[in-house]
Design a binder for this molecule. Sequence first.
Ligand SMILES: [Zn+2]
Length: 244
Amino acid sequence: MNESEETGIMIRALLTIDDVPSKNTPAIVDYLNEKGIQAIMFAVGKRLEAQPEPAVYALRHGMILGNHSYSHPGFSALGMKKCIEEIETCEKVLDGIYRAAGGERKYRPFRFPYGDKGGNNKPELQKYLAGKGFHKVKDTQIAFPWWKEKGLDSDIDTFWTFDFMEYRIRPGSGFTLEDVWKRIHDGNPTSGGALLSENSNHLLLLHAHDETEAMVPEYYRLFIDRLLANGVVFDKPEFVTVTA
Ligand SMILES: [Zn+2]
């Protein structure tokens, strides 16, 4: 049963998880394997150096690691040289993690921290990513008009159609699990595409923050189980190479 019994809508989604590695990364990987879901995990170079084991574990258990910069800065605040340094330093660390895991690195997806595409440097950065052979995640099935209007269909970096925003659940933040449920079921969200009520593929964004795990144990299981119960089908990541 792949369609939602309530709506008859079939939703396909690709899962991306940001800010790995973390202590709870292996538990997330185990859960995803239990559900047969392969995710792209965007890793921060500094974090990989501090705790490589959870990232090696993710690779050995079928996940794809992508580049999420070395120190997670906002790219529009940086000059071009510093942007490239952030990307290339993370690349080197990622190559080492793939070697440690004994796996071939077939794909090089990239995600800007905060989705900040570099402001005025955006065109140059896109050209750089294409020229260096970074892989664009296949997004031809994303049907939201704004995806094309914003030019996201031609960008090399991996943006998203829906952010769970669960990272906002923090002590005293006033943002709760209830707010995430509202976002999941919101038919007309202020940002991104409606998750459960429109016929479009989705690029989902979740985070691997231990701080969230401390607030809501196994939050990833709660959200993804809810999606699966509502007829969401998870696709294996596919990539296209764009030449500069
Ligand atoms: Zn991030």
